[in-house]
Every structure is written in C-alpha cells, then in structure tokens.
Design a protein around this ligand. Structure first.
Ligand code: C2O
Length: 498
C-alpha cells in the first residue's frame, strides 16, 4: 500500500458541512457506481464488500438467477464477519471502513478525482444542526448534479427518509450516554455497560452490547431502515451508502471518547489487541489481515486519517489530554450482584402495545454487600439487564424501557424514568444459531443509577415492587406508516447492584 506517506493526513469530513463546491459526496457516488459494475466474485465489488459484513443466501435483494458466487471457502473466510455484541465492534468496523475507503479512493483517483479522498461522516447528533437527523440531501436526490442516476439513493429506507424528514428521535441519535462511559469494556456478567463492548471471542451476533454500539449505532440503524429497510439488517445494511457514513461517525466517536478524557483507555489485554486477526481485501484485491492493535490510532502511518471534528461534546472547554501511551489502566473493579429478576418460566413477549413486568428485589448477600461495607464513598451502581432478546423475523419494533412509572401515567411523560432503548437492529441476527453462537439473542445492560436515585429522593423506590414497562419506540414517520409487527421475546429482566 502507498498509504501513510506522513505528508498529508486525510480528513474525514462532516457530510452536512461539505461546501457546495466540494465534490466529496459526488466522488463517493461515482466510485460506488464503479464498484457496482464489478461482479460479486470480485472482492472489490459493492456486493462483495457488503457481504463481508453479512450475507444470507436466499435473502440477497440483489441476487440474480444463476449468478456465480465466490467459492464456499472464500465465503467462509471473508463473508459475514462483522463483529457485534463484542469488544471487537469498534476495531473490526474501523478496519472494514479503512479497506473499503481504500477501494473507493483508488477508483476516485483513476476517475481523475482527489488522491486524498476520504470517507465523510454523518453526525446525526450535532446540536448546532437542526437537520442533523435528516439524510444529507445528496442521499435522497433523484439524480447526481450531472444528471446521471444517483447510487446514493436507495428506496429501502424508513418512510420519510427520502423526502428529507428527520429520522428517528433525539433519543436514537443521543451520544452523551456512551461518551460518558468511564470504561471501554462491559462487564459481561450483567453489570455495567462500557463504551466499547463486552469481552468476547469472535462475535458475529449476540453478546452484551457496548454503549456506543447500542446508542447511537443500533438505534440509528433501525431508525434509517425502519421495520424492513436495508439498514435494519446486517446483510443489507452496507448496501445502503449511508451505512458507511454512519460507521465513520461511530469510528469518530471512538476517537472523541479517547481524546475527551485522559482516564479513557482501550483494552490492554492481548486477547483484544492481537489474539484475533481480521481478514479483508485491499484496493488491488489482495488479501490483507489486521489486528485491533494496528488500528488504535487513526493518525498512525497505516491508517493516516483524522476527523474534521474530534471535540468532545461533553467537555467543550477542552481538557488537558494525556497521550494515549501514557495512560494508566487504574479502574474501580466492580463485581455486580444480581438482586432480583423475573421468572425465566414467564414468557415476556413484546408486540405493538406497551407491556410491563414486575419483580421484587432481595437484599444483597454477596459482592454488593461487601462493596457497601468496604467503601461508602463509592456510590452503588444499579444496572438493569434485558436478557436473551430474540425474534423470529422482521419487521420488529424498537422499544423504550421505563422503570416504575406510576399507575395510570403515560410512560412517555416520564423521561426521567427511562432506562434506555432496545433497538431493533441485530435482534433477529442474534436469534439465529451460527457456528459461533447459539442464537440465544441480544442482551442490553442499562445503567439506571440516576433513575433509582431520583425515585429514592421522591420516596418512590420500593424494592419489593420493581415494574419495568416496554413501550414501542416509533418516530413520527413510522407512526403514520402503520406497519405490522412481529413480536420480540425477552428471556429475563434482571437487576444488579455493583
Ligand atoms: Cu456491523 Cu452498523 O453494523
């Protein structure tokens, strides 16, 4: 590769702020049109690249009768590799984008475009942009400026997306919860959720979802795709060109999270850094492999890019930042203890209506008790777990989860009692058994420490009566589109002290 000469670092730009004279998005469209001309057997083709994320034979919307596919062993090695519900979520997608961007850049150069072209990002959370949650206009324009067909426009999106409407709700695009996570790693035994995901092996689906993967990643996938659109499924998401700008934004949030606070560190275990290699193809179609340890810093010679805006929205004053290498990994190790849960025999099925489950808490007897006794200056954390979320197909709803909404009240009127969102993205995939996992579904962990503290203050926290309410989470556009719903199932709702 000729990347990384160190002379000019490429800048991934904010798609909403690209000036009218700047052709970054037009070049993106032109390069995609070229990739689409290549057959699916070509690793640098549009469809092969999407299949690297996921491929479901029999569910490929672009399949043509009798077409040649890559050999089974090629498919096994390079397809359906995306890492979800895992601490590999961020590094895998960073590498995926990097090689994809390399393919685009080489095409753009051949077409006479800029040699430093870089993938832009979609910042749907930008408080200074009242259209932030709308698709940038070129993604729904019928034609490119030169009058040719626009490959950035796909019709398989949520109602309203292709007429310039806001997508999803502010809660879908919210990024301060994940950016505020002190640790990268989830406690995968049901406690705190970190920024980057739980410790896993190779993980294509399932697991405990990390903070940024849950919101805004999963939520914005579901918001753009709606109940049945391409962005709502692993195998079709990368066929929507907005996918790559969505992931550039996630990748940017990783940079922001690290830069914004000197205590934020990546995992330092070999199990994360080097134990798993990810295989891709470069722009020339050659096989390349890479480990998380090689993608830690976007400004390194290999990656050689930065983001137009890497400032931390939580610390606008600009904190003193220690170099990544100098950071220590000191952290409070909390051992979570489950203090209550629903009965696993009791099926929890969520459909088109709101529903609730109830359970009682027991006093802690294990680690949480020790924590209380040992150091009362460390406030106890409370985590709500939603376990084994499965579905038998699409379309499925996303849900809002509330804690102890007073009888007769409308949950939506109690944002202070909202624990979080269960996005639709990834649930169906996590429900299908694969080589790597049993198909026992997705898990979400919500930090509800503040919700509980608020209830306690009002004298409304009753450990003998915990009620969790699930409310279908629909944007304005989805409500008017009146789509049907397949239910999702939840194995158990549990509560942990840590
Ligand atoms: Cu691997 Cu946004 O998905």
């Amino acid at each position: 590769m000729t990347e990384g000469d160190g002379l000019t670092m490429r800048t991934r730009k904010d798609a909403w702020k690209i000036p009218a004279t700047d052709q970054t998005l037009v070049w993106y469209a032109k390069a995609i049109a070229e990739m689409k001309k290549r057959p699916i057997t070509d690793p640098t083709s549009w469809r092969y690249q999407a299949a690297v994320h996921d491929y479901v034979s029999g569910d490929d919307p672009l399949a043509t009768h009798g077409e040649a596919l890559p050999t089974p062993s090629d498919q096994q090695t390079f397809w359906a590799r995306c890492q979800h519900g895992s601490w590999f979520f961020l590094p895998w997608h960073r590498a995926y984008l990097f090689y994809f961007e390399h393919i685009l850049r080489q095409i753009i150069q051949k077409l006479g475009g800029p040699s430093d072209w870089a993938l832009p990002y979609w910042n749907y959370s930008d408080p200074s942009n009242s259209s932030a949650r709308c698709l940038p206009p070129l993604f729904w324009a019928p034609k490119l400026p030169d009058g040719t067909a626009n490959p950035l426009l796909v019709s398989e999106r949520v109602n309203g997306a292709n007429s310039g409407h806001q997508i999803g709700t502010p809660a879908d695009a919210e990024n301060s919860t994940c950016l505020g996570k002190p640790l990268f790693i989830n406690n995968s035994t049901g406690g705190a959720t970190g920024f980057g995901g739980g410790r896993t092996g190779f993980s294509h689906a399932g697991g405990v979802t990390g903070g940024c993967e849950a919101v805004p990643h999963n939520t914005m996938h579901g918001a753009v795709g709606g109940p049945t659109g391409w962005m709502s499924a692993f195998n079709t998401a990368p066929l929507d060109p907005i996918f790559w700008l969505h992931h550039a934004n996630l990748d940017r949030l990783w940079v922001v999270w690290l830069k914004g606070n000197s205590k934020h560190v990546n995992p330092t275990m070999a199990a994360w850094l080097t134990a798993v290699r990810f295989g891709f193809h470069d722009a020339g179609g050659s096989v390349v492999s890479i480990t998380p340890s090689q993608v830690l810093d976007t400004r390194d010679a290999l990656l050689d890019y930065m983001y137009e805006d890497e400032s931390d929205p939580l610390h606008t004053a600009g904190p003193a930042v220690a170099p990544l290498a100098a950071r220590t990994t000191m952290e409070i190790q909390r051992i979570p203890e489950m203090v209550g849960a629903t009965d696993t025999q009791q099926a929890i099925t969520l459909g088109q209506e709101s529903s609730s489950v109830q359970f009682a808490l027991q006093a802690p007897t294990g680690p949480a008790l020790t924590l209380d006794a040992a150091d009362s200056t460390v406030p106890r954390e409370v985590h709500l777990n939603i376990e084994n979320i499965t579905a038998t197909g699409r379309p499925i709803e996303s849900y809002e989860v509330y804690v102890n909404v007073p009888d007769g009240d409308t949950p939506e009127n109690h944002p202070e009692l909202m624990a979080g969102l269960i996005p639709r993205f990834g649930i169906f995939e996590a429900s299908r058994p694969t080589l790597e996992h049993a198909g026992d579904g997705l898990n979400y962990a919500f930090d509800i420490t503040a919700v509980v503290a608020g209830l306690q203050k009002l004298g409304k926290w009753d450990p003998s009566n915990i009620r969790i309410t699930f409310v279908p989470h629909r944007s304005e556009a989805e409500r008017t589109a009146a789509t049907s719903t397949l239910p999702i199932r939840i194995g158990r709702v549990s509560l942990y002290f840590a």
